[in-house]
Design a protein around this ligand. Structure first.
Ligand code: CMC
Length: 436
């Protein structure tokens, strides 16, 4: 962190004293006021529910400029990564800070590929779930359960253990997600195959069965790989902050990532892609394009509780660069699969057209986010709606683990412990039960 020449000065009414706080500069983006001594100096906390103005950490992994619609992984624009790199190269970059050369890439791909099998006992663990369990419920349990299977990589103070657990998590997530899917169908689990790419292998574990192998379609493989790249990290979002907070207690990586999976499940975060597709399907069943206007009135009515899922973002207030890339992929996949006239895609386009012209959305700077299109792509590929968020979790695992690792390596690392503004009763006496 670079100390700036600037200082922030605070004066509090009723006192003649002013207090100065140091300011740190980021490499790009806003500076931060270091208020760590505020409480000691003023006996006051800051109040910022939802972290609207609070940097919870310093991080060198991902940068977002919400006004410009810019997303960088380790300084590289997402638009360049999406067309020049595959998902495992992106993982290497996010974990290590630099893009791999050919030799490093081959070595990293090999490491991940050699860890895709899960302990056979995990199959038994999974069989304890109901067949109709939500994949995110299963995934939260399985990822947390990994700490019981891989004891030999849970020493968080050992960088080698941290590296192995990162590789294990990235490698085993596709296997676990595919297992959750196969279990819901009542089909046998398909073991990973080392001669396929990371994404090709995942597609095969999802769609092959023992009686019939599965041929990986290149367009589909590229599309899913892009979904993984676009979801790989997104700085201090809710699930990443959850992983950091959970990991700050010193818990093992599998437990911390399981907390991230649980947080991601919510419809305001990773659950939005599932919620978006459900919204489109419901609208399609209730009149489709003809009813878009009526639906939009409901969205704009605060009392209806209806939101246009896949629209809006806490940080992107211009456009979501991932959405642009996903829209491209969406068109490519629908064309390759002969689904250009897919009614849901047409409905989504109509919703987008109306929203982008409507003053309600324009004034609030609400634009389509990545989930608006990713659901349509996944549906076209044959992935069931209930699995969308699990796919997001699979992709975000690298971001979570890189951020967790960065936190543990930070010399300023401390357990996360937010403060509060207490608004409950002042101290009072407990009356005997007969007197209450
Ligand atoms: N539909 C209708 N109105 C909306 C929407 C929406 N999707 N999003 C925000 N608004 C309105 C909101 O009612 C509020 O209006 P007003 O100022 O009149 O009260 C204003 O826009 C600001 O909304 P907010 O809830 O204060 O914004 P936020 O930054 O707290 O929320 C959000 C961001 C993503 C939770 C929200 O936009 C939302 O619920 N979107 C739908 C869910 C979604 O698509 N989430 C995926 C996010 S991208 C994937 C990821 O990173 O996880």
């Amino acid at each position: 962190m670079n100390l700036s020449d600037k200082k922030a000065t605070l004066s509090i009414s009723g006192s003649n004293e002013t207090i100065e706080f140091p300011v740190y500069e980021g490499s790009v983006g806003p500076d931060v006021i270091d208020i760590r001594k505020l409480y000691a100096q003023t006996d006051m906390f800051t109040y910022d529910p939802g972290f609207l103005s609070t940097a919870s950490c310093a991080s060198g992994i991902t940068y977002i400029d919400g006004d410009k619609g810019e997303l960088l992984y380790r300084g590289y624009p997402i638009e360049q990564i999406a067309v020049n790199c595959d998902f495992l190269e992106t993982c290497y970059l996010i974990l290590n800070g630099e893009l791999p050369n050919a030799e490093q890439k081959a070595d990293f791909d090999n490491q991940v590929t050699r860890h895709t099998l899960v302990n056979e006992q995990m199959h038994t663990f999974l069989r304890g779930f109901r067949r109709d369990a939500h994949p995110m419920a299963i995934l939260t349990g399985l990822v947390g359960g990994m700490s019981a299977f891989y004891h030999d990589s849970t020493d968080i103070n050992n960088p080698e253990h941290r590296h192995i657990s990162a590789i294990r998590l990235i490698a085993k997530m596709p296997t676990l997600v595919a297992m959750a899917y196969k279990y819901s169908l009542g089909q046998p689990f398909i073991y990973p195959r080392n001669d396929l790419s990371y994404t090709g292998n995942f597609l095969r574990m999802m769609f092959a069965n023992p009686c019939e192998d599965f041929e990986v379609n290149e367009v589909v493989e590229r599309a899913l790989d892009r979904i993984f790249i676009l979801h790989a990290d997104h700085e201090q979002n809710a699930s990443t902050s959850t992983v950091r907070l959970c990991g700050s207690s010193g818990t093992n990586p599998f437990a911390a990532i399981a907390a991230g999976v649980a947080c991601l499940w919510g419809p305001a975060h990773g659950g939005a892609n599932e919620a978006c597709l459900q919204m489109l399907e419901e609208l399609q069943a209730n009149g489709g394009v003809a009813k878009v206007g009526e639906f939009m009135e409901k969205v704009k009515d605060k009392n209806s509780g209806v939101r246009l899922m896949g629209f809006g973002h806490r940080v992107y207030k211009n456009y979501d660069p991932r959405a642009k890339l996903m829209q491209e992929t969406c068109k490519e996949v629908l064309q390759a699969l002969g689904l250009e006239n897919d009614p849901l895609f047409k409905l989504a386009m109509e919703l987008e057209r109306i929203a982008l012209e409507d003053p309600y959305f324009v004034e609030r700077k609400l634009y389509p986010n990545v989930d608006f299109y990713s659901g349509i792509v996944q549906r076209a590929i044959g992935i069931p709606t209930s699995l969308f968020t699990a796919i997001f979790a699979l992709a975000r695992t690298v971001g979570w683990i890189a951020q967790w690792n960065e936190m543990l390596s930070d010399p300023e690392f401390k357990i996360g412990r937010p403060r509060q503004l207490y608004t409950g009763p002042a101290p009072r006496k407990v009356k005997k039960i007969a007197d209450r």
